[in-house]
Ligand binder design. Structure first.
Ligand code: AMP
Ligand code: MG
Length: 474
C-alpha cells in the first residue's frame, strides 16, 4: 500500500487549481533518494525503484488527484497577475508521524500556468534545491525538503542546453501568499475566505480558532515569517527571490532558486545575479519579509480591517528582533541578559564586515576566544580588543567552560553550503557521477560535527568560485 492520498486542496472549488496528469521522462534515472526523509515519512518499505516509478508517473496510484495550483504574486515589487504552478504539481499528501505532509513534483511538465515556459526544471537547479533543503533542515530552519531527484536524457534550453530533471519534494504546505493575492486581485473575496478557512482547518497547529479567526490567521503568518527570516539572518542565508509567490503561509523556506549562504560578512550581499537593484540583498530580507506580509494583509482586506492589519503588522518587528537577538546570544553563549550585549554583538559584526571575515568560520572559531587572545579570524588589534570585552563578558556567565564550548558548537555550524560545493556536485552529476552529491549530503546533514575527513568543506571558496554567477534561470 502506498500511503499517498489525494490532497485536501483538491476538494476546493475548481477555480483554485487545475486537475491534471503529468509528463514523466522516457528514460528516468535515479540521481539521489533521501533515505532519511523517506524513513521519517514512513515510506521506508517502498523500494527505491517503485517510488521512482510513482514520481515519474509510470506507476499510478488509484484515486489520486494531482493538481497544479493557481496563484499570482508580487515579483520584485510588481504585481504579476498570472503565475501558478507552471512546472509544479501537487501530487497528494502523506500522513506521517509529524502530521500531514505535501508531496509535490517540480519539473513535471507543462500546465495551464506554464505561460512561455517548458514546464521542466534542470538538473542543476533541482540539485541546488535538494542540497539547500537538507542544509537548512540540519540548521533547524523550517524548510521544504526533497525526497528524490529523477534525472533524464531530455535536453531543455536555458542560457545553454541542459538536462531536465524532476524533484519530488515535501513541505507542510504549498499555499503561498500569492494564492490569496490571486483571488483578491481577481475580485473574488468569497474565495479569499474559502482559502483562509481551508488553511485554518488544515493547519490547526498554526492557526488558533479563538477570538477573531482571520486576525489570528494573519497574526500567525506574520509571526512565522518574522521567525523564519530571523533564522535566515542568523545563519547568513540569502534567499534571493523573496517574491510573494515564494512565501509559504506557514513560514517554511521554499522555492529555492539563486540562494546563497554568505561567506565573507557583507550586509549588502546579493546572491541573485538577476537582482540588479539588490532588492533582495541580505540586509533587506527583514524589511522585505514585512513588505510581503503587508501585501498579504492587503489581499486579506475583505476579512480584516485596516486597523487590524496595521496592528498585526506592527508585531513583526518585535518578533523579528527578539528572535534574532536570542539566536545571536546563543551563538556567543550569552545566557544572562546584559545591557551591553547588543553592542558586543554589533561590534563583532562590524569587525567581520570591515575585515571581510568569513561569517560561519568566525562564529565557529569563537570557542577559542573563550581562552585565547586570538582566533584564526580575529587577529587584528581591533579584533583583539573585542575579544577582551567578550572574555570579560563571559566572566558573568556561570556555565563551565567545557559546556560553553559544547553549546556554541551546537549552534555555530562548521559546514554551510557554499556555492562552489554545490557547483562541484552539479558538474559531477552532469557527468552521471552522483558520489559528490552523496558526500555533500553527508556533510551538510551534520553541520555541527567536526568531520575530520571533510575539513576542506569548511574552507572558504577557492579562487575559481569567487565569480560564480547564480541567476533566476532554472
Ligand atoms: P520560480 O522562479 O521558480 O519561483 O517561478 C516563478 C513562476 O514561473 C512560477 O509560476 C513557475 O511555475 C513559473 N516557471 C518557472 N520556470 C518555469 C518553466 N520552466 N516552465 C513553466 N513555468 C515556469
Ligand atoms: Mg516560485
Amino acid at each position: 500500500m502506498i500511503p499517498i492520498k489525494p490532497h485536501a486542496y483538491a476538494e476546493l472549488p475548481q477555480e483554485f487549481y487545475n486537475l491534471q496528469n503529468w509528463q514523466g521522462f522516457n528514460n528516468p534515472m535515479l540521481v539521489i533518494e533521501n533515505t532519511q526523509l523517506k524513513e521519517e515519512l514512513g515510506l521506508e518499505n517502498i523500494e527505491q525503484q517503485k517510488l521512482l516509478s510513482i514520481f515519474n508517473g509510470s506507476l499510478s496510484i488509484k484515486n489520486l488527484k494531482p493538481l497544479s495550483m493557481a496563484y499570482s504574486g508580487h515579483q520584485f515589487g510588481q504585481y504579476v497577475e498570472q503565475l501558478g504552478d507552471g512546472r509544479g504539481l501537487l501530487l497528494g499528501e502523506i500522513e506521517s508521524s509529524k502530521g500531514l505532509v505535501d508531496i509535490h513534483l517540480k519539473g513535471a511538465g507543462k500546465t495551464p500556468y506554464s505561460r512561455f515556459g517548458d514546464g521542466r526544471a534542470v538538473l542543476r537547479s533541482v540539485i541546488r534545491e535538494y542540497l539547500c533543503g537538507e542544509a537548512m533542515h540540519a540548521l533547524s530552519i523550517p524548510t521544504s525538503r526533497a525526497l528524490m531527484i529523477i534525472g533524464s536524457d531530455e535536453m531543455v534550453l536555458r542560457e545553454k542546453s541542459e538536462t531536465a530533471a524532476m524533484l519530488a519534494r515535501t513541505a507542510k504546505t504549498h499555499v503561498r501568499f500569492g494564492n490569496f493575492e490571486y483571488f483578491h486581485y481577481n475580485n473574488k473575496p468569497e474565495y479569499v475566505k474559502v482559502l483562509a478557512d481551508f488553511c485554518i482547518n488544515n493547519y490547526p497547529a498554526y492557526f488558533s480558532r479563538t477570538k477573531n479567526i482571520y486576525e489570528e490567521f494573519f497574526r500567525s503568518v506574520v509571526k512565522q515569517t518574522a521567525i523564519m527570516i530571523a533564522q535566515w539572518q542568523a545563519s547568513g542565508f540569502n534567499h534571493g527571490v523573496m517574491n510573494t509567490d515564494n512565501m509559504s503561509i506557514l513560514g517554511e523556506t521554499f522555492d529555492y532558486g539563486p540562494y546563497g549562504f554568505m561567506e565573507d560578512y557583507l550586509p549588502a550581499y546579493v546572491c541573485n545575479h538577476s537582482d540588479h537593484q539588490g532588492r533582495y540583498a541580505f540586509k533587506n530580507q527583514p524589511y522585505i519579509g514585512l513588505w510581503n506580509c503587508s501585501a498579504l494583509g492587503h489581499a486579506l482586506s475583505s476579512l480584516l480591517s485596516e486597523e487590524a492589519q496595521g496592528e498585526i503588522l506592527q508585531t513583526y518587528e518585535e518578533i523579528f528582533q527578539s528572535t534574532l537577538a536570542k539566536l545571536f546570544r546563543k551563538k556567543l553563549c550569552l545566557e544572562q541578559d546584559q545591557s551591553e550585549d547588543a553592542t558586543l554583538i554589533q561590534g563583532l559584526l562590524d569587525i567581520m564586515e570591515s575585515e571581510k571575515l568569513d561569517y560561519t568560520n568566525t562564529f565557529r572559531n569563537l570557542t577559542q576566544a573563550l581562552t585565547n587572545e586570538i582566533t584564526p579570524e580575529l587577529d587584528s588589534d581591533i579584533a583583539k580588543s573585542w575579544i577582551v570585552s567578550f572574555q570579560e563578558r563571559q566572566t558573568k556567565e556561570v556555565t563551565p567552560e567545557d559546556k560553553k564550548v559544547i553549546s556554541m558548537n551546537q549552534v555555530n555550524p562548521k559546514f554551510i553550503l557554499r556555492n562552489y560545493m554545490a557547483q562541484e556536485a552539479i558538474d559531477a552529476a552532469e557527468d552521471s557521477d552522483f558520489s559528490k552529491l552523496e558526500t555533500l549530503i553527508a556533510v551538510l546533514t551534520n553541520p555541527f560535527e567536526e568531520l575530520e575527513e571533510h575539513q576542506k568543506f569548511a574552507n572558504k571558496s577557492p579562487a575559481w568560485a569567487q565569480d560564480l554567477e547564480i541567476s533566476c534561470s532554472s
